[in-house]
Every structure is written in structure tokens, then in C-alpha cells.
Design a protein around this ligand. Structure first.
Ligand code: ASN
Length: 555
């Protein structure tokens, strides 16, 4: 059998850094065992399902506890850690379990709120989050969380399995291990769904098989990453990055109680649709139509009349396709009639995303009907494909600057670092122009693990830092000395940068807070462990020599 791409096979080693991941266990088949009433979820997943498996427990320091929060209470959480991955990193993790654990067919907005608030409470304590969940409603939960969480800066990965982890043949170990390693290694600041070696944008997914291990697809959006025998291949160009400076926020509540979903079928009677649209206090309807958004009798029929009357009563009706792939658009007369009746065309939204997005928008205070319909028709979290203007780039050598001659991301990063350190904002802008290059450069780091944000945090020009943040650079990556950009900016007394970073959601890492405290008390402390820049595959593993060189190097 080929070795796993994830785990270094030379046995436990202790000199590799650790990332911290919080697992939130909500239930699902992954933790189920047979009972006289059928499969039911079992508690104690860490001890019963993970502790005895070498890929989840390197047995190096089994008694380490870490702090986590639940409902405002600080807990001391039992943890385990993986052996070092192919990215030279251990993932230390602990689990918070729902009480009671659920079959996901019973999840509701109460469960979504609990997951979102648990992540919010623990946001600064962990590098990433894995949510274990049943597969039945997993795509709904992934979509809901994506809307509830705004300005997310860390990975949130949902997974589960088609067979229990206690079964002899199961997809559980692969799905869980893959999620843990990705969440602890790559700063992919999105709500994702990981299944069958594939990382999807959560709000693009749909469950396509009740039994196959390949249970999910994302028909209108390429995967964000694929796990192969060579490692994790992240499609960074697709990963959403922040476009404004803002802190992570959670919307606590979705209005699922006043939204319905109806699938059009040949022969549907207008009265059927009308009775759904007259459910007391209904505020929104997702209409699953044929093909590109067509419904029977759409040209002059009474179905359209029923729809128009509902729209006039203030009900938001969103048109999505019954097809898994493709876009709704008013190409045919029937679709045009729906548009004229006031139906919003949901482009290539999945039903799961449409339903949870509408529930989210309806729950926002003071949002008027036109604002809701306007937001339904455009992408908020990458949930729909937006039409983009064709982009064009300079032919090689057409711009008269050193940048035009740069051929690799490495040399461009060197030039970027120089421009940042000299406060040359114009050159920074030139280098980062063009999506193809900038998403790579913002993930790159120098020999000491410093990203462009680290460099800008201590640089002479705070506007450069602002520019990097607006282009989606992460504030959470730590350099090889385990330092965040915020820590470095504070150390330099760079107040404007400190303020900017905090506005963008930056926070000190646990070890930095204690280092700061002990420094204030007059002693010196160094970090232990770090999270390298997320383009780990190009940075490679960090050797001992290199580590000791950078340990003394805070820039
Ligand atoms: N019924 C299960 C659930 O959604 C199915 C699964 O997890 N595979 O909780």
C-alpha cells in the first residue's frame, strides 16, 4: 500500500511545530454505532474512536490539555496530536461534543447557531476548526455557516462519513484526517466541506449519493483543493480572500421559520403553489424550476398570476434550477414571465445555498425588500458565479519596469519585500497587479517565515499594509519564530499598523500573549512551535538549523 501523503512514516518526533484545531462534534454516522433502534450517535469520540489510531495519536505527550470555551465557560480540554504530517507539522486537537449528538436530518438553525457561536468563542485559541456532522444535511449546514460568518480569517472545514468510524470499511478516517491536516496547515479562510479527498467551497455543495463514498459534489464550482499521493493541491486562485478590513463576525440567527422550498413539476396546480405562498407569515420561497428557470404556464398562465400576487404581498421568490449544473436565466418566454412577475433569478445557486442565504438575509435587521432581492442576486460568500469582465494582462516586457522582467513568484516576492521595506507603495501595487500573481505572493514567505504582512507591519508605510489587507492577505499566519504580524508591529511600536491589523481581526497568539506578559515583568520568553505560511509545499519542511537561525530572528 502506498504511504499516506499526510503522515511522515519515521515514527513519533517531537521537534516539529504544532497547529491547533478544534473539532466540533455534532453527530452523524461518523460517530454512530448499532442499537436495537438502528444506528445512533455515541459520545466520547476522542477516546473511543481516535486515541487508539496511530494516525490520530502519536502518543508523545498524551496528557496535554488546552483551553477552549463553551457557552462563556473556560474548559480544559483533553487533546491528542497527529504524527508530523508531510508538511512537517503536528496537529494538536481537542473535541467539543454537542449534547445531545444528532442525526443530521434533525439539525435546525438552533444547531447552526451553536456551531457558529462555538467557533466565535474559540476563534483566537485555534488555527482552524473541523465540524463533524452527518452527511444528510451537511450541505445545508455548510451553506448556512458560510452566510452566518463574515470576514472569516481561518479555515472552517465540515466533514462526516458515509460509514461509521467503528466500521471495518469506512471513509471516516480519510475524511477526518484530511480535514484536520488541511485546517491546521493552510489558511483557507472559508467555510469548506471536505469529503473523499476533495475540499469544496461549502456553499457550492450538494449531496449527490446516499451510499457512495463520493457523496458530495460542487457542480458549478471547481474544488478548492484535492488530496493526492503527492500532498494537498490547493487551487489558491479560487480561494476567497478578504476584500475589506474587518473583524470576524457571526450572525447568531437565521430566519428559517418563514422560508419554504417548492419543486415545480409537470401538472402542478396554481392552487398548490398558492397554498404554500399563503402559509401564515411566509416571507420567502425558493422555487425549483425546470432547466434554465422555466415553469409551466409561465407565459400567460395562472401560475404566474399567483406568483405575482405573492411578490406584491412582499414575499421574496427565488428561482433556482432543478438541474445540478448550469445557470437560471430568463432566456425563454416562460422564464421572462417569471422575471416580470418579480421572481429573483438565483444564477447557479444550489437550493441549499438559496434557502440558507434567504433565511440569513431575512434575519438581518432593517433590510428592505429591494435590498434583500438585490443581495440574493449577487454573490456574498462565493456562493454564485458572478459574471466577470474579461481581464487582460500586459504582454511580457510591455511595461517598462523591473516587475515586467520577473518570471517567478520567488523573485517577485523578493522585489515585493524590498518595496515594502523601503515604503515604495507604487512598486508594491505594480507587483501585486493581476490576480494570477498576487494570490501566490500574498501566501509566500521569506527565509524566516515572514509574509508580506509581517514585513509591512514593521515597514515605514502603513498604507502598504492597508493595501495588502484589502487584497486579501491573511493576518493570522505566524512566522518561523511563531510571531504574528500584530506582535511584531506592537514590538516596533508601529501604532497605525497595530490599529489596522486589529481592525482586520488580528490577535496575539497564546504564546505571544504570555511572552508579552513576561516581558512586561522583565523576563524574556521565546515562542514554542509556529505555523508557517500556508504555501507550505513551496516553503518545505524547516530543518533544525534553519529553525535555530530564525528563532533569534524577529525581523
Ligand atoms: N443520517 C446520517 C446523518 O446525516 C447520514 C450520515 O451521516 N452519513 O446524520
Amino acid at each position: 500500500m502506498a504511504p499516506s501523503p499526510f503522515i511522515e512514516m519515521d515514527g513519533p518526533q517531537t521537534h516539529f511545530p504544532e497547529s491547533r484545531v478544534l473539532i466540533i462534534m455534532t453527530g452523524g454516522t461518523i460517530c454512530m454505532q448499532p442499537s436495537p433502534d438502528g444506528l445512533i450517535p455515541m459520545t466520547g469520540f476522542l477516546d473511543n474512536a481516535m486515541a487508539h489510531r496511530p494516525s490520530f495519536n502519536d502518543k508523545s505527550a498524551p496528557s496535554v490539555k488546552i483551553t477552549a470555551c463553551k457557552n462563556g465557560v473556560k474548559l480544559s480540554l483533553d487533546t491528542l496530536r497527529t504524527p508530523p504530517s508531510a508538511y512537517s507539522r503536528h496537529i494538536r486537537y481537542g473535541i467539543l461534543e454537542f449534547n445531545p449528538l444528532l442525526d443530521s436530518s434533525s439539525i435546525s438553525s438552533i444547531g447552526w447557531t451553536e456551531i457558529a457561536l462555538t467557533i466565535k468563542e474559540n476563534y483566537q485559541l485555534f488555527d482552524g476548526f473541523v465540524v463533524l456532522h452527518g452527511t444528510d444535511s451537511l450541505a445545508y449546514t455548510a451553506s448556512a455557516l458560510s452566510f452566518m460568518m463574515s470576514d472569516l480569517g481561518k479555515p472552517v472545514i465540515l466533514t462526516g462519513s458515509q460509514a461509521s468510524i467503528f466500521a471495518l470499511q469506512s471513509d471516516a478516517v480519510d475524511n477526518l484526517l484530511g480535514s484536520l491536516i488541511i485546517a491546521g496547515t493552510f489558511v483557507i479562510p472559508e467555510v469548506c466541506l471536505f469529503f473523499h479527498h476533495t475540499l469544496f467551497r461549502g456553499n457550492r455543495t450538494t449531496k449527490v449519493s446516499a451510499s457512495s463514498f463520493e457523496a458530495f459534489a460542487s457542480p458549478n464550482c471547481d474544488p478548492l483543493a484535492k488530496v493526492t499521493s503527492l500532498g494537498v493541491d490547493v487551487n489558491w486562485a479560487l480561494v476567497k480572500r478578504p476584500t475589506k478590513i474587518a473583524e470576524f463576525q457571526v450572525t447568531k440567527y437565521l430566519d428559517t421559520a418563514h422560508v419554504a422550498c417548492l419543486r415545480i413539476f409537470p401538472g402542478i396546480k396554481p392552487e398548490m403553489l398558492d397554498s404554500v405562498l399563503r402559509v401564515p407569515n411566509l416571507r420567502g420561497l425558493i422555487l425549483e424550476t425546470f432547466g434554465m428557470g422555466n415553469a409551466p404556464g409561465g407565459v400567460d398562465g395562472s401560475l404566474t398570476k399567483v406568483i405575482k400576487e405573492a411578490v406584491d404581498r412582499g414575499i421574496v421568490i427565488v428561482n433556482v434550477s432543478q438541474c445540478t449544473n448550469g445557470v437560471v436565466s430568463p432566456l425563454y418566454a416562460s422564464g421572462t414571465a417569471l422575471t416580470r412577475a418579480g421572481v429573483v433569478f438565483g444564477h447557479d445557486l444550489t437550493t441549499e445555498a438559496a434557502l440558507t442565504k434567504l433565511s440569513y438575509l431575512l434575519a438581518l435587521p432593517n433590510l428592505k425588500y429591494p435590498e434583500i432581492t438585490g443581495q440574493m442576486a449577487r454573490s456574498l460568500r462565493g456562493e454564485m458565479t458572478e459574471r466577470t469582465l474579461p481581464s487582460f494582462s500586459h504582454p511580457a516586457g510591455s511595461i517598462d519596469s523591473a516587475v515586467a522582467r520577473l518570471t517567478t513568484a520567488e523573485s517577485a516576492f523578493t522585489a515585493l519585500g524590498y518595496a515594502i521595506s523601503t515604503g515604495d507603495i507604487r512598486t508594491v501595487g505594480e507587483i501585486l497587479e493581476g490576480d494570477e500573481f498576487s494570490h501566490q505572493l500574498l501566501k509566500k514567505c521569506d527565509y524566516a517565515g515572514n509574509t508580506a504582512v509581517h514585513l509591512a507591519a514593521v515597514g515605514p508605510q502603513s498604507d502598504i499594509l492597508r493595501d495588502l489587507l484589502m487584497r486579501g492577505a491573511s493576518v493570522h499566519v505566524r512566522n518561523f519564530a511563531n510571531n504574528t504580524p500584530l506582535y511584531l508591529a506592537e514590538k516596533m511600536g508601529n501604532d497605525v499598523c497595530v490599529r489596522l491589523l486589529k481592525e482586520a481581526g488580528a490577535h496575539l497568539w497564546e504564546a505571544e500573549s504570555s511572552a508579552k506578559t513576561s516581558e512586561m515583568e522583565g523576563s524574556v520568553s521565546t515562542g514554542n512551535g509556529f505555523k508557517e505560511a500556508d504555501e507550505a509545499e513551496t516553503n518545505g519542511a524547516v530543518g533544525d538549523e534553519e529553525k535555530s537561525a530564525v528563532a533569534n530572528n524577529n525581523l
